[in-house]
Design a protein around this ligand. Structure first.
Ligand SMILES: Cc1cc2nc3c(=O)[nH]c(=O)nc-3n(C[C@H](O)[C@H](O)[C@H](O)COP(=O)(O)OP(=O)(O)OC[C@H]3O[C@@H](n4cnc5c(N)ncnc54)[C@H](O)[C@@H]3O)c2cc1C
Length: 379
C-alpha cells in the first residue's frame, strides 16, 4: 500500500479485498482460469463493483475519484492474480485515449458503457513491423467525405477478439509516435479478428490476438485526434503495469521468506544465514521502492502534474518490472531444486515477469523516452 492513502482509499482497498474473497467472485475467477479467451465472468463482476473506472468523472459513469484510487484497486486485485486484470489494463489504454483526446460528445457516447464494463475495448497499437517502428507501420487511410477508410493489421492485441470497440491507432505523420485512434465496432464489415496468440504460460482468461481491417469505413465523429495532450495518455498504463509487477515481486519475496524460514540447514532455518537474509532484504527494498514510485506517479497524475507524472510512470514501469523479475529470479534460486519444478509455482511467475516487461512498452524504449525527457543528448 501507499503510506499516504486517504481513509476513503483504504476503505475501497478493504472492499476490493472482501470482493476478491467472496465465494461468487472466487467461482468467477476459477471459471475464467479454466477457460481460454476473454475472462467474461471476472470482468462482469469487476464492472458490477464499479472498479473499472475509478478515475472517470461520475457524469460519464465512473467513480469520480482519481488515479491513486484506481491504482489502489489494482494493487489489491493483483494480490489475487485477478483474471480480468490484463483485460482491464488493455481497456484502460483505450479509456485513457478517450479521456485525454476525446471530445465531449465522444466521451458522452462511449465512456458510460466502458465504465460499467458493458462495452469492452481494446487498444490496437502493435504493428507487425514493430511496436515503435512507427515510420514503417502499414496504415492505409483514405478520406471519404467526413469519414475515413482504413486498412491495417495489428498483432498481439489484448481483448482483440472480444472487444466491442477496437481503438486502432495510426502513426503520426512525422513517424514519431501514435497519431489518431479510429474506433471500429465489432461486426463492422471489413474487420476480422481471427488468430489467437498462444502464451509461454498457457493460463486461461486471456484473449490476445490479431486485428485486421480492410477498407473499413470509420465515421469522422469516431476518430480521436491528439488535441495537444500528446502521447502522455499512454503513461497511466505504465504505472498500472508497474504495480501489477510489483505485487508479483512482493509475492515472490513472501514465498522465498516462507520457504527459507521452514527449510533448515544444520538445524537452523536457511533464512538465518546472513547471505540468504540479505537477499530477502534486498527483495523487500526493491518492492518497496518500486511501489512508492508507482504511487507517487499516480499522485502527481491526480494533481494534473502530467509532465512530472509521465516521467515517474515510465520509471515505475521499468523499476517495477525489472524489480519483480529480479525478485522472482531470487525466489526461484532460494527454493533450490524445488524452484525449478512446477509445484513451486515460481517457474510460472518467471514467464509472467517477462511478459510484464515486454507489454506496455519494453524498458529499452522507456529508457529512450526518459533519456530525452532528462535532457540527455541521445542519438
Ligand atoms: C502480454 C502482452 C500483451 C500485449 N497487449 C498488447 C495490446 O493490448 N495492444 C498492443 O498494441 N500491443 C500489445 N502487446 C504488444 C507489445 O506492446 C509489444 O510486443 C511490445 O511493445 C514490443 O514490440 P514488438 O513485439 O514489436 O518488439 P520489437 O519492436 O520487435 O522489439 C524487440 C525488442 O527490441 C527492443 N527495441 C525495440 N524498439 C526499440 C527502440 N526503438 N529502442 C530501443 N530498443 C528497442 C526492445 O527490447 C524490444 O522488446 C502485448 C504484448 C504482450 C507480451
Amino acid at each position: 500500500m501507499s503510506y499516504f492513502l486517504t481513509e476513503d482509499q483504504r476503505l475501497i482497498q478493504q472492499a476490493v479485498d472482501e470482493f476478491c474473497q467472496n465465494p461468487d467472485t472466487q467461482a468467477a475467477m476459477a471459471a475464467d482460469l479454466a477457460t481460454p479467451g476473454f475472462p467474461v465472468n471476472s470482468w462482469k463482476a469487476l464492472g458490477e463493483q464499479g472498479y473499472i473506472a475509478a478515475y472517470v468523472p461520475e457524469e460519464f459513469g465512473g467513480m469520480g475519484m482519481d488515479h491513486t484510487t484506481q491504482l489502489a484497486i489494482i494493487e489489491v486485485l493483483a494480490r489475487y492474480s485477478y483474471p480480468a486484470l490484463e483485460a482491464l489494463a488493455a481497456h484502460h489504454i483505450a479509456m485513457s485515449a478517450l479521456t485525454y483526446w476525446g471530445t465531449a460528445d465522444q466521451k458522452a457516447k462511449y465512456l458510460p458503457g466502458m465504465c460499467t464494463g458493458e462495452t469492452v475495448a481494446c487498444a490496437a497499437l502493435n504493428d507487425p513491423a514493430g511496436s515503435f517502428n512507427f515510420s514503417e507501420w502499414t496504415f492505409g487511410i483514405e478520406p471519404d467525405g467526413d469519414d475515413f477508410r482504413i486498412t491495417t493489421t495489428k498483432v498481439m492485441v489484448t481483448n482483440a477478439h472480444h472487444a466491442d470497440l477496437k481503438f486502432i491507432f495510426s502513426p503520426r505523420a512525422d513517424g514519431n509516435g501514435v497519431g489518431s485512434a479510429y474506433i471500429v465496432r465489432k461486426g463492422t464489415e471489413g474487420l476480422t479478428t481471427g488468430h489467437q496468440e498462444q502464451r509461454v504460460v498457457p493460463i486461461g482468461g486471456v484473449d490476445w490476438g490479431t486485428i485486421e481491417v480492410r477498407d473499413v469505413q470509420v465515421a469522422g465523429e469516431d476518430v480521436l485526434h491528439d488535441t495537444g495532450f500528446g502521447q502522455l495518455f499512454l503513461q497511466t498504463g505504465f504505472m498500472e503495469a508497474g504495480m501489477m509487477a510489483v505485487v508479483a515481486g512482493e509475492s515472490a519475496f513472501q514465498m522465498a521468506l516462507d520457504y527459507t524460514s521452514q527449510r533448515t540447514n544444520r538445524g537452523k532455518p536457511l533464512a538465518a544465514k546472513q547471505a540468504v537474509a540479505h537477499r530477502l532484504v534486498n527483495m523487500a527494498i526493491r518492492s518497496e521502492t518500486s511501489k512508492q514510485l508507482c504511487y507517487t506517479a499516480a499522485r502527481l497524475w491526480s494533481d494534473k502534474r502530467y509532465e512530472e507524472a509521465a516521467r515517474l510512470c515510465s520509471m515505475a514501469k521499468i523499476d517495477g518490472c525489472e524489480g519483480a523479475s529480479a525478485n522472482i529470479h531470487e525466489a526461484t534460486v532460494l527454493h533450490g531444486g524445488l524452484g525449478y519444478t512446477p509445484s513451486a509455482q515460481i517457474g510460472v511467475m518467471n514467464a509472467m515477469a517477462v511478459s510484464w516487461e515486454i507489454a506496455e512498452t519494453p524498458p529499452d524504449v522507456q529508457r529512450d523516452v526518459l533519456a530525452r525527457s532528462l535532457g540527455i543528448p541521445l542519438d
